[in-house]
Write a protein that binds this ligand. Structure first.
Ligand SMILES: Cc1ncc(C[n+]2csc(CCOP(=O)(O)OP(=O)(O)O)c2C)c(N)n1
Length: 265
């Protein structure tokens, strides 16, 4: 069955990036499915409970892919259209990288890679201390795993046995200037994270059913999900193409992308 929302989310992403003439469209398309599953099927976050301490927390640490988060929050009804129209334009409501003060639905600010995992660890520890049941989901890129601060967070989460913490690695094998294996190889990521006492799953991060099933699992230990994904997923000429980390589509490319999305989703 086609999940129409996946098309809408992607259409909004490519339109936003085109209008603002900014980078990171492929990074956003890579995590559109994960964010959709989190906000529409798994995470306990709603208009009603947004100010409650007991709700879940979702942190997009690879915040350069903010267009995906903004699009999902818009389609979920958490952000109004004027936010989307004001993405990365003068006096607009949404900056390219996430600014937590712009909406209650942004958990943390982001842009400098490697900070989300530790911020998430703080939320997870606080939830444990408060005896509250909420879970914390942190999404990082595979290139972001090069950051030492990510490993500090993993050690902290493991020491404090924060089993309400789930790290999701968007493993699309590309980063800004090359393939992840050539820059700092992350091939044995699952074994390394496992060695810190995490329960680790490897999934297809663009498969909705598998992603939903895995994100709903609970464990006595912290969880990490290595989500194998395709950078640029859904637009053939962007898929697995390094240059689409930085390029923005022109009008012709936008129209081809929108046509393709209509066919696929
Ligand atoms: C600390 C830090 N160093 C460098 C950058 C610049 N930068 C932005 S995106 C990016 C590549 C990230 O790659 P990855 O985490 O694999 O994400 P994806 O490929 O999904 O975009 C880099 C190096 C940054 N934002 N923060």
């Amino acid at each position: 069955m086609k999940e129409r929302m996946l098309r809408k989310i992607r259409e909004t992403i490519v339109n936003m990036v085109y209008r603002a003439n900014v980078s990171h469209v492929a990074s956003a398309l890579s995590i559109a499915d994960i964010l959709y599953v989190l906000y529409f099927k798994v995470a306990n976050i709603s208009l009603e409970n947004i100010n409650s301490k007991n709700r879940d927390i979702v942190i997009l640490s690879k915040a350069h892919a903010s267009a995906a988060l903004y699009s999902v929050l818009y389609h979920k009804g958490f952000l109004s259209k004027d936010y989307i129209d004001g993405y990365s334009v003068d006096n607009g409501k949404l900056p390219c990288h996430i600014d937590k003060d712009k909406s209650n639905f942004f958990e943390v600010s982001g842009g400098s890679l490697g900070h989300g995992p530790s911020l998430g660890a703080g939320f997870a520890l606080a939830k444990k201390m408060d005896n509250n049941s909420g879970r914390v989901f942190v999404i990082v890129g595979d290139g972001e795993c090069n950051e030492g601060s990510l490993w500090e967070a993993i050690m902290f989460v493991s020491t404090h046995k924060l089993n309400n913490y789930t790290l999701i690695v968007d493993y699309n094998k590309l980063q800004g200037f090359g393939t992840t294996d050539k820059i700092i190889c992350q091939n044995n990521l699952a074994e390394r994270i496992k060695s810190f006492g995490f329960k680790v799953y490897e999934i297809d991060g663009n498969n909705i059913e598998e992603t939903e099933k895995t994100l709903k699992l609970k464990s006595k230990t912290p969880i990490a999900i290595i989500a194998h994904s395709v950078k640029g997923k859904g637009v053939s000429f962007m898929e697995n193409k390094l240059e689409w980390h930085y390029k923005s589509p022109n009008e012709e490319q936008l129209n081809i992308a929108l046509r393709e999305l209509k066919e696929k989703y």
